[in-house]
Design a protein. Structure first.
Length: 634
């Protein structure tokens, strides 16, 4: 009888130890499979959502159209629309309320108009105009100035155009080209770029390190000024260091530590200064403790100035009670007591003459320092600036360094490089045509300023006709009639300054009652306070008209024109969007970027690329260009 075949013995499944390699492998396999399934479901959901949106676009826009490109797609954003990211060319205008926006990363500035809109980052070209109130913004890092009106905490501004902050705006850093115009109670830490930073009142500023002079009016603690143009500090401004080209004009009670660059630093009263180590002479009027002067041009110290060593080229002029130890350089230091008749000084260093010294001609390199009184001087035609304090009739200054004239000095022409510093009172000046800014304090009739650096008109009643060169003309105090500003940097005009034309690069800062006719150059014209009649804005950067009752006629250039209230505007015809907040009659918008009109703005036509965002009561006739026009309210 045959035997039955042996069956295969059943093998029991081995138990896997939870801490073994196999257990870990099986767990990772489960995680991997779960992740794949989740990705598939998310992709399906996303595709379904995209399909729903495309069907909605098709039903809303064109039922026959099946494809929508970036150009064709219109951003129709109604109320309570959470938008996360806008990453394309034109700025996305979010108009309504409670719209959380995270990032704006493209070219044109994102206009956030209403209230309670938390925005984190603005990192592209055009400035982001945050207009109304309570808009927390963290960073602004691009080209055009960011215009923030009230109670907007901003941390950093790091790009080209000046950041215009009006009131109660804590700003930490300003590091780019155009001057930052801060009006009142704005704590600012650092200003490190080209154009002068205009700060009016109670603005704590730490550092100014770039080209154009920083204009601080009152009670502004400033630590460092280290760049080209002179820093103009008017009153009660503690400044530590000035280390660049143009002279720093400090009027009263300004503690300054170091001045280390080219142009002379003009300090008027009670300014403790430690070191002056650069080219142009430092003009210190009263009670200025100075330790060392080690550079080219003579340092002009008037009274009670303890000086230890003078070791460089130009002679140091010390008037009274000045202990001087050593003079060890090329030209002799002329320490002249009284009644010294001198006729001609024709060599390198400036000739220091104290009193009753009839001098005819000074024709060599360094500026001739005529310090005290009754010194008739005819011509100054060489390099360094001529320091003239009181009652010195001077006809022409035609060379490099700025001419410092303090009081009652009739000067006709200034035509060379450095700015002519006219400091005190009643100085009739006709023309300033060279590089550095002209500092004029009080009652100085000036006709023309036509060169590079901004002309600083500081105090009051200074009739100025023309400013036509690079740096902005700082007209600071009151009743300064100015006719034309036609060059690069912004013209700072504070109060009651009639200005006719602004035609150059940087924005013109005009505060109150400033009739301005034309603004035609690159940077935006900052019209800050009230009652500023402006006719035309025709250049690149947006014209910031901030306060009220500013009649503006035309805006025709690149950046958006920001006009807040009661600003009649006729035409906006250039690239960037024109931001009009309230009661702004606008006729035409015909260029690239979207024109942002908030309230009661009659608009006729929008015919260019970017979408025009109009919020309320805006009669619009035609929208005929690429990007969608955002209409928020009916």
């Amino acid at each position: 009888m045959p035997k039955a075949g042996k069956g295969k013995p059943t093998q029991k499944e081995k138990v896997c130890h939870p801490y073994s390699r196999k257990a870990a492998y099986l767990a990772s396999q489960e995680i991997r499979l779960g992740k794949k399934e989740r990705q598939k479901s998310e992709k399906a959901t996303r595709l379904n959502s995209i399909g729903d949106r495309l069907q909605w676009f098709q039903s809303q826009l064109d039922s026959e159209k099946t494809e929508f490109t970036k150009q064709d797609a219109c951003h129709i954003i109604e109320r309570s629309v959470p938008v996360s990211i806008f990453t394309n060319q034109d700025a996305c205008h979010i108009i309504e309320r409670s719209v959380p926006v995270s990032i704006f990363t493209n070219q044109d500035a994102c206009h956030i108009i209403e209230r309670s809109v938390p925005v984190s980052i603005f990192t592209n070209q055009d400035a982001c105009h945050i207009i109304v109130r309570s808009v927390p913004v963290s960073i602004f890092t691009n080209q055009d100035a960011c215009h923030i009106e009230r109670s907007v905490p901003v941390s950093i501004f790091t790009n080209q155009d000046a950041c215009h902050i009006e009131r109660s705006v804590p700003v930490s850093i300003f590091t780019n080209q155009d001057a930052c115009h801060i009006e009142r109670s704005v704590p600012v830490s650092i200003f490190t770029n080209q154009d002068a930073c205009h700060i009016e009142r109670s603005v704590p500023v730490s550092i100014f390190t770039n080209q154009d002079a920083c204009h601080i009016e009152r009670s502004v603690p400033v630590s460092i000024f280290t760049n080209q143009d002179a820093c103009h500090i008017e009153r009660s401004v503690p400044v530590s260091i000035f280390s660049n080209q143009d002279a720093c004009h400090i009027e009263r009670s300004v503690p300054v530590s170091i001045f280390t660059n080219q142009d002379a630093c003009h300090i008027e009263r009670s300014v403790p200064v430690s070191i002056f180590t650069n080219q142009d002479a430092c003009h210190i009027e009263r009670s200025v403790p100075v330790s060392i002067f080690t550079n080219q041009d003579a340092c002009h110290i008037e009274r009670s100035v303890p000086v230890s060593i003078f070791t460089n080229q130009d002679a140091c002029h010390i008037e009274r009670s000045v202990p001087v130890s050593i003079f060890t350089n090329q030209d002799a230091c002329h320490i002249i007591e009284r009644s010294v008749p001198v006729s001609i000084f024709t060599n390198q260093d400036a000739c220091h003459i104290e009193r009753s010294v009839p001098v005819s001609i000074f024709t060599n390199q360094d500026a001739c320092h005529i310090i005290v009184r009754s010194v008739p001087v005819s011509i100054f035609t060489n390099q360094d600036a001529c320091h003239i304090e009181r009652s010195v009739p001077v006809s022409i200054f035609t060379n490099q360094d700025a001419c410092h004239i303090e009081r009652s000095v009739p000067v006709s022409i200034f035509t060379n490089q450095d700015a002519c510093h006219i400091i005190e009172r009643s100085v009739p000046v006709s023309i300033f045509t060279n590089q550095d800014a002209c500092h004029i304090e009080r009652s100085v009739p000036v006709s023309i300023f036509t060169n590079q650096d901004a002309c600083h008109i500081i105090e009051r009643s200074v009739p100025v006709s023309i400013f036509t060169n690079q740096d902005a003309c700082h007209i600071i105090e009151r009743s300064v009639p100015v006719s034309i500003f036609t060059n690069q940097d912004a013209c700072h005009i504070e109060r009651s300054v009639p200005v006719s034309i602004f035609t150059n690069q940087d924005a013109c800062h005009t505060e109150r009652s400033v009739p301005v006719s034309i603004f035609t150059n690159q940077d935006a014209c900052h019209i800050i306070e009230r009652s500023v009649p402006v006719s035309i804005f025709t250049n690149q950067d947006a014209c910031h008209i901030i306060e009220r009752s500013v009649p503006v006629s035309i805006f025709t250039n690149q950046d958006a024109c920001h006009i807040e209230r009661s600003v009649p505007v006729s035409i906006f015809t250039n690239q960037d969007a024109c931001h009009i907040e309230r009661s702004v009659p606008v006729s035409i918008f015909t260029n690239q970027d979207a024109c942002h009109i908030e309230r009661s703005v009659p608009v006729s036509i929008f015919t260019n690329q970017d979408a025009c965002h109009i919020e309320r009561s805006v009669p619009v006739s035609i929208f005929t260009n690429q990007d969608a026009c955002h209409k928020a309210v009916g």
